[in-house]
Design a binder for this molecule. Structure first.
Ligand code: HEM
Ligand SMILES: N[C@@H](CC(=O)c1ccccc1NC=O)C(=O)O
Length: 285
């Protein structure tokens, strides 16, 4: 059947009765999802909807990212690098989406934002427990970050559990040790509640992998995937910092920090420092 008058006719078998069947909206809990945008500015500022949805979509992607990263940790623990790599590939696409999404918020001018910023009170992305959870899973542990969730026991438990679990990087390092590489015992048995700190012997392990890539192909590939993950994470942080700079300049943050300066310091944090250091070591001078 052709389209007439630029109108597509419904096919006779198209389902239209959802009294007793699961529909699109019920499956996706759209009623809950689309009833969760509550601007607080009075009178309501047009641009607050953008601000809310930008954060909510970010939190949804962070939720999926955490789900995938937890699967990566499990797969590494089970020596299943192939499946770990599959999940990492998905995480990388989520990260790209999250980073590209900054361009939507960048349409908010400093004047527009200033018109409803006061309504946000002391709330801040600093209180995003899912963001902190991703940092913890990747190995950037910081127990001090949990204090801000004193009033949210569920978030506090999630973060405390993750703090006490070996991170994705801990599991990767343990896998390298099981594969027979010369990983120092203190790295395998380290206090996993602390942030990972630079280990020179680990650089030498990576050197062995990179200089014999053909022999250790899956590990070689995994190392490069981890470098991508870290770089993508830093790109998100950079776009956040630049968006903040153009939106509030050098004002202090609503969460109480110095603002842009505080966010710039996050760019100096690293997840997998040895994987960057090995680059200085490989190949000819
Ligand atoms: C105009 C938009 C935004 C501005 C002006 C802004 C500003 C800031 C500032 C100043 C901080 C430092 C903490 C503080 O004192 O408040 C911060 C932290 C943070 N923001 Fe935003 N932000 C914006 C949008 C977003 C969005 C869309 C997200 C997405 C979830 C986000 C997530 C975060 C996170 C996770 C932190 C903690 C970063 C860290 O600990 O290094 N922000 N933000
Ligand atoms: N910290 C921001 C406020 C802000 O951006 C924000 C406020 C409430 C919920 C999430 C936010 N996003 C990131 O920090 C500011 O200082 O303007």
């Amino acid at each position: 059947m052709t389209v007439e008058k630029n109108t597509r006719s419904l096919e006779s078998d198209i389902e239209t009765d959802f009294k007793d069947k699961m529909s699109y909206g019920s499956y996706l809990s759209l009623e809950t999802l689309l009833d969760a945008q509550h601007p607080v500015s009075t009178p309501e500022h047009h641009d607050e909807m953008l601000f809310i949805i930008q954060h909510q979509t970010s939190e949804l992607w962070l939720k999926l990212m955490l789900h995938e990263l937890k699967a990566v940790v499990e797969r590494l623990r089970g020596d299943d690098l192939r499946f770990a790599l599959k999940h990492i590939a998905r995480v990388k696409h989520i990260q790209r989406t999250l980073t590209e999404q900054w361009s939507v918020l960048a349409t908010l001018t400093p004047t527009e934002y200033a018109e409803f910023r006061g309504s946000l009170g002391a709330s801040s992305g600093f209180q995003s427990y899912q963001y902190r959870a991703v940092e913890f899973v990747l190995g950037n542990k910081n127990a001090g970050m949990i204090k801000v969730f004193d009033a949210d026991p569920a978030a506090q438990k999630l973060l405390t559990d993750l703090l006490e679990m070996p991170s994705l990087y801990d599991e990767f390092i343990r896998l390298l040790a099981r594969r027979g590489f010369d990983v120092p015992a203190e790295l395998v048995e380290r206090d996993v509640t602390q942030a990972h700190t630079f280990s020179e012997p680990l650089v030498q392990v990576y050197k062995a992998v990179y200089e014999n890539a053909a022999e250790h192909w899956d590990l070689y590939e995994a190392c490069e995937e981890l470098v991508d993950l870290e770089e993508n994470f830093q790109l998100w942080r950079f776009r956040h910092m630049k968006t903040v700079e153009r939106t509030i300049g050098f004002k202090r943050g609503t969460g109480g920090s110095s603002g842009v300066g505080f966010l710039k310091r996050a760019l100096e944090l690293t997840f997998f420092p040895e994987l960057l250091a090995v680059r200085t070591e490989v190949g000819a001078e």
